[in-house]
Design a protein around this ligand. Structure first.
Ligand code: MN
Length: 255
């Protein structure tokens, strides 16, 4: 039976992770290692400045007082060191993780960490809409993982899956969309007269065909393959003048 590590950023007690773990038990041997509290927007952060505590809550369920990235490290490099997981599954997040937002996402970052450790990884997020429910996302996740595990998975497999609110009308392979942030910094004053700030705003998306945002807003499950190599290969090829300039700079440097 395949070993599946389940984590998320909404915390070990969130409904989304419980349903995901429950559904995936039909597909493999599930171990849950997740933050002891909500860590949404934790990004790909790793805790290095203080010790981490892991607590066993029940059989195969552990909490860690750290980030989703910490959880994947503790699970793979310590708890399951002898028998590493075959797959890391993160989610189901309460709310979409689309386009430019994936780098903030603790849910998606847990899968970055899985991939860095050489384990195929998938993130699942559920769009928030009327009559919110994780049920169809959980059922979809089970069937999706079941199908994936039929074949051997490449170790750098990294998929970001977003499930639309309401009825699922299909599944589409997508690329990341572009957000035009109407992000604002709200300035207020606390009861002691000191200034504080709150980052707020509603995301708006560029309407572009083939993006994850377009798929989800059309009622389709969006599956975006990601990779961690942030190199701009087009930029590398298309900017010979840059390398000429760098060459001149190097010559003029007294090294
Ligand atoms: Mn979250």
């Amino acid at each position: 039976m395949k070993r599946i590590l389940v984590t998320n950023d909404d915390g070990v007690f969130s409904e989304g992770i419980k349903l995901l773990a429950q559904e995936l038990k039909a597909v493999g041997k599930v171990t849950v290692v997740a933050p002891d509290r909500e860590q949404s927007a934790a990004g790909h952060s790793l805790t290095l400045h203080r010790p981490l505590r892991m607590r066993q809550l029940e059989e195969s369920v552990y909490s860690v007082d750290g980030t989703p990235t910490d959880c994947v490290n503790l699970a793979v490099l310590w708890l399951q060191k002898a028998t590493p997981p075959d797959l890391v599954v993160s989610g189901i997040n309460f709310g979409s993780n689309l386009g430019d937002d994936v780098t903030y996402s603790g849910t998606v970052s847990a899968t970055f960490e899985g991939t860095l450790l050489g384990i195929p990884s998938i993130a699942f997020s559920q769009e928030v809409g009327e009559n919110f429910s994780f049920d169809s996302a959980a059922a979809f996740a089970r069937q999706f993982v079941e199908v994936l595990l039929e074949d051997p998975l490449p170790e750098d497999l990294l998929l970001n899956v977003n499930i639309p609110a309401g009825t699922i009308r299909g599944v589409r392979f997508t690329r990341l969309g572009k957000r035009m942030y109407k992000q604002v910094v709200v300035e207020k004053e606390d009861p002691r007269g000191r200034r504080y700030f709150w980052i707020a705003g509603t995301p708006e998306w560029q309407e572009e065909e083939g993006t994850d945002h377009e798929a989800v807003s059309s009622g389709l499950v969006s599956v975006t393959p990601l990779h961690l190599d942030l190199t701009d290969y087009r930029g590398l090829e298309q900017n010979p003048q840059w390398s000429r300039r760098l060459g001149r700079l190097a010559e003029s440097l007294s090294l």
